[in-house]
Design a protein around this ligand. Structure first.
Ligand code: HEM
Ligand SMILES: [Cu+2]
Length: 651
């Protein structure tokens, strides 16, 4: 045992030693604070075992912010290395590890959970429901994501990180990488992927079955629409990932040959399967982002979304096309001209529904009186910036031209223009916008604007030069270059931009602290003069049952139109509300998945089997219990009255 730890704990690299020490100190610090303030019970009963969609959403977002920090540090390390030619700050091996963890963490453990967090908080409120359809499952989703993320992240300090790129291509990831790193990748993604799949199922059922009376499909807010479509993409795409990861785990741990040419496998099978999931995956993160921008733009332009129905049609169109384009990621790998042609056409076709959306947002802004709040700034900046990402995507979609662009910095610039200007801007916009719903106070607008300008300008300074670097031939995933390449100036500019984004992020984190201390507490539930039902709760932070009385929906933007009919106050009659109990098994079960996963990473079979048996035991316990004891509880009419009144008095 001691030998096992000694062999795998990385102590010779100053960077990682530093990380080891800071992780240790953070853990000690957290344990101390929790013990000193007697918060263990609170942590367990209020957070770890919670099934409340709002709290689960908040935990998702917190975790995503931590992962944004980790992924961002990776990014800054890479930019530091690339700033000048012949730099020896990172070795080539370290660089490989860092772009792999950066890409994987940003997409799987930052972008997706951030958006799923916002969906969790917002969607049940937007459709006038008390929670998601399966609150227990929701908790399981969160914890399996969390433990998957933890498993992936400890690779950095224990055993070594994966280093075959976030795409993890075979045979490099099998025969070219013998350490445990790739196993961490396979099992970290596997465990968190289970959580994502469950979330997809949960959200579909929630939106289909639990809308308030009167909310027809064509009265659903746009964020709910994008969530529904995204959930369908998840349900169709994630099983592919599950199987693909499992097959490679077999190849690596059990000696099968699905993806290795030696032994009759096929390396291209991995590329195809990976991108059959991977391309839909990029729409899983960008469609909810479109939903957030739609809400924010319509709120601060003070207009109903222009072209609501065409928005939905294009949304569904994009989701179908997203499954038909995957080959554009390997046009250069020797497919026939006919194949490349077909996938070129489907790829470029996506520009049509996406263009429709852009015009709809512009149509909403047209002749409106725009309020430039921080949330709105992110949304307005998104439009032109994302267009750059989209147009360069069409350029890459031309199979013949892609032979030039492929694997160059042109590509790196392209996907950061879509992922940052699309997804990250949306996460920040949504965070600012829905923050008062989660915490009962707004974020400071001045600090928010500083963050915006640093991040948005820094972003363009960082990534615009990379298009040019691509044109002049700089390949992606290289750890250094020589002065004669002539790439130095553009790389220096790019790194300065990255620093600007880093400063922007610091402003965001400081803003959270500052606003927690000093911001005025909200007295109503309607912070921005909103249009949709999440703003209709009487209280700033909705109580655990959300709505004392389920609202009735008469139109799109129903809350807005209700507010216009002034004065009329109907007498409300409260009824008892049935809510589910907290549960500890999702946490325990996910922890056991972590144990089993760790066992598989290091081929410690006893540990893997023990973890697996534990998971099964949890399932059995839950199945036996669920019908008998776990009936949930009832919130009495008195309690509802008391809660509602106390908030009214405060207001
Ligand atoms: C915060 C600012 C960011 C900076 C400065 C940055 C910088 C970089 C750099 C330098 C690379 C490596 C390029 C190479 O050597 O090939 C990279 C790769 C990548 N980045 Fe970012 N990045 C940032 C944010 C993001 C975000 C938010 C996402 C996704 C949501 C993302 C996704 C990726 C992916 C998928 C890769 C490819 C990794 C691979 O080649 O396997 N990045 N980024
Ligand atoms: Cu794609």
């Amino acid at each position: 045992m001691i030998d096992f730890i000694k062999d795998n704990l990385i102590l010779d690299d100053p960077l990682i030693l530093g990380a080891n020490i800071s992780i240790l100190l953070t853990v000690i610090g957290i344990v101390f604070v929790l013990t000193y303030f007697k918060k263990w019970k609170w942590l367990w009963s209020e957070w770890i075992t919670t099934v409340d969609h709002k709290k689960i959403g908040i935990m998702y977002i917190l975790a995503a912010l931590v992962m944004l920090f980790r992924g961002g540090v990776d990014a800054l390390l890479m930019r530091a290395q690339l700033t000048v030619p012949n730099n020896a700050f990172l070795t080539s091996d370290k660089y490989n590890e860092i772009f792999t963890t950066h890409g994987t963490i940003m997409i799987i453990f930052m972008a997706m959970p951030f958006l799923i967090g916002l969906m969790n908080v917002v969607v049940p409120l937007q459709i006038g429901a008390r929670d998601v359809a399966f609150p227990y499952l929701n908790s399981l989703s969160f914890w399996s994501f969390m433990f998957g993320a933890i498993l992936f992240n400890i690779s950095f300090v224990f055993g070594g990180s994966p280093d075959a790129g976030w795409t993890n291509y075979a045979p490099l990831a099998i025969e070219g990488s013998p350490g445990p790193g790739i196993n961490y990748y396979l099992l970290g993604l596997q465990i968190s992927g289970i959580g994502t799949l469950l979330t997809g199922i949960n959200l579909i059922v929630t939106i289909i079955k639990m809308r308030a009376p009167g909310m027809t499909l064509l009265r659903m807010p746009m964020f709910t629409w994008t969530t529904l479509v995204t959930a369908f993409i998840i349900v169709f795409a994630f099983p592919i990932l599950t199987v693909t990861l499992a097959l490679m785990t077999f190849d690596r741990s059990f000696g099968t040959h699905f993806f290795t040419l030696t032994g009759g496998g096929n390396t291209m099978l991995w590329s195809n399967l990976f991108w059959m999931w991977g391309h839909p995956e990029v729409y899983i993160v960008v469609l909810p982002a479109f939903g957030i921008f739609s809400e924010v733009i319509s709120t601060f332009a003070r207009k109903t979304l222009f072209g609501y129905k065409s928005m939905i049609i294009s949304l569904v169109g994009i989701s179908l096309l997203s499954f038909l384009v995957w080959v554009h990621h390997f046009f250069t790998m020797g497919g026939s001209a006919a194949i490349n042609n077909i996938f070129s056409i489907t790829t470029m076709a996506i520009a049509i529904p996406t263009g429709i959306k852009i015009f709809n947002w512009l149509g909403t802004l047209y002749k409106s009186r725009i309020q430039y709040t921080t949330a709105m700034l992110w949304a307005v900046a998104f439009i032109p910036t994302f267009v750059i990402g989209g147009v360069t995507g069409v350029m890459l979609g031309m199979a013949a031209a892609d032979f030039q662009y492929h694997n160059s910095y042109f590509l790196v610039a392209h996907f950061h223009y879509t992922l940052i200007a699309g997804v990250v801007f949306a996460c920040f916009s949504g965070l600012v916008y829905w923050y008062p719903k989660m915490f009962g106070h707004k974020l400071n607008e001045r600090l928010g604007k500083w963050a915006f300008w640093f991040f948005a300008i820094g972003f363009n300074v960082c990534f615009l030069p990379q298009f040019l670097l691509g044109f002049s031939g700089m390949p992606r995933r290289v750890y250094t270059y020589v002065p004669e390449d002539g790439w130095t100036l553009l790389n220096v500019i790019s790194s300065i931009g990255a620093l600007g984004m880093g400063i922007g992020f610091v402003f965001i984190v400081y803003n959270i602290y500052y606003s927690f201390r000093y911001a005025k507490r909200e007295t109503t539930g309607d912070s921005w003069d909103g249009r949709t039902l999440e703003w209709a709760t009487t209280t700033a932070i909705p109580p655990h049952y959300n709505f004392a009385v389920i609202p009735e929906v008469k139109s799109l933007d129903t809350f807005w139109f209700n507010k216009q009919e002034t004065g009329k106050k109907e007498k409300v009659e409260y009824k008892e509300i049935h809510m589910p109990n907290n549960a500890g098994t999702p946490f325990i079960m996910s922890a056991l998945m972590f144990v089993a996963g760790f066992g598989l990473v290091f081929d410690l079979w006893w540990m893997a089997i023990l973890g697996g048996l534990g998971i099964i035991a949890c399932m059995v316990i839950r199945s036996l219990r669920s019908h008998k004891e776990d009936e949930g509880f009832h919130v009495s009419v008195e309690e509802i009255k008391k809660t509602e009144q106390s908030f009214h008095e405060e207001a």
